[in-house]
Write a protein that binds this ligand. Structure first.
Ligand code: PRP
Length: 208
């Protein structure tokens, strides 16, 4: 049996569709349920449905053999695992964003940055040799500049709709090419290679 850690939320539907195109019966993923461990009827695959940030945790530990997570999450978690495939969906960018008038704040003095991606932001500002006060939030990050909690945000931008709806704009694209990735536990890839490698090939073909 191969266990997958799958992100609940924005990547869930496209992940299920991809697995279906690989011949996996994903009907259990489409059922209305609060169950967090789901198995295909043929018992070949098990699915753990977790918060995006927890996918790398389950995969690194080996509880899950494979996982699907955004590159943004993988950068933030920085776990010891193999990244096998760029799945090509969930495309977005990690950006500094805020009110257009705040553009000058990026280069001048004390900058308060609200983000879900604390570790990535720390790395970015350290690399740039710039100081920033990082404010950790867990969601609805756009609210921070709107309410004055921060000057800018460091967050993923996909369609830009959330920024626009709140009068904000991208001030700088910091990390481009963010998308969903297939990741694997290092030991699983050795011990279950006979099952995992053909599946990875099917996924590679399915994403074209
Ligand atoms: C993400 C991100 C932005 C939004 C960007 O939040 O933090 O708020 O999506 O997408 P857009 O550019 O298409 O508008 P998510 O929906 O994952 O929820 P959260 O606010 O709870 O983190």
């Amino acid at each position: 049996m191969i266990y997958f850690a799958l992100s609940k939320g924005r990547l869930a539907e496209k992940t299920a569709k991809l697995l279906e195109r690989c011949g996996i019966d994903v009907s259990v993923l489409q059922e209305e349920t609060r169950k967090l461990v789901l198995e295909t009827a043929d018992k070949q695959f098990g699915f753990f449905l977790v918060k995006p940030a927890d996918v790398p945790v389950y995969v690194e530990s080996g509880v899950a053999d494979l996982g699907v997570a955004g590159k943004d999450t993988l950068l933030e978690e920085d776990r010891d695992l193999y990244e096998l495939l760029d799945l090509g969906f969930g495309k977005c960018k990690l950006c500094l964003a805020g009110y257009p008038a705040r553009r000058s704040a990026l280069t001048g003095g004390h900058l308060r940055v609200a983000t879900k991606y604390i570790r990535t932001a720390e790395r970015i500002f350290a690399e740039r040799g710039e100081e920033a006060e990082l404010i950790k939030l867990n969601g609805s990050v756009e609210l921070a500049p709107v309410t004055g909690l921060s000057d800018v945000i460091f967050d993923v931008v996909e369609t830009g709709a959330t920024l626009k709806a709140n009068g904000l704009t991208v001030l700088e694209e910091v990390i481009t090419g963010v998308s969903a990735r297939l990741v694997a536990n290092k030991v699983s890839l050795k011990l279950k290679s006979a099952e995992i490698l053909p599946l990875v090939e099917k996924m590679r073909e399915a994403i074209g």
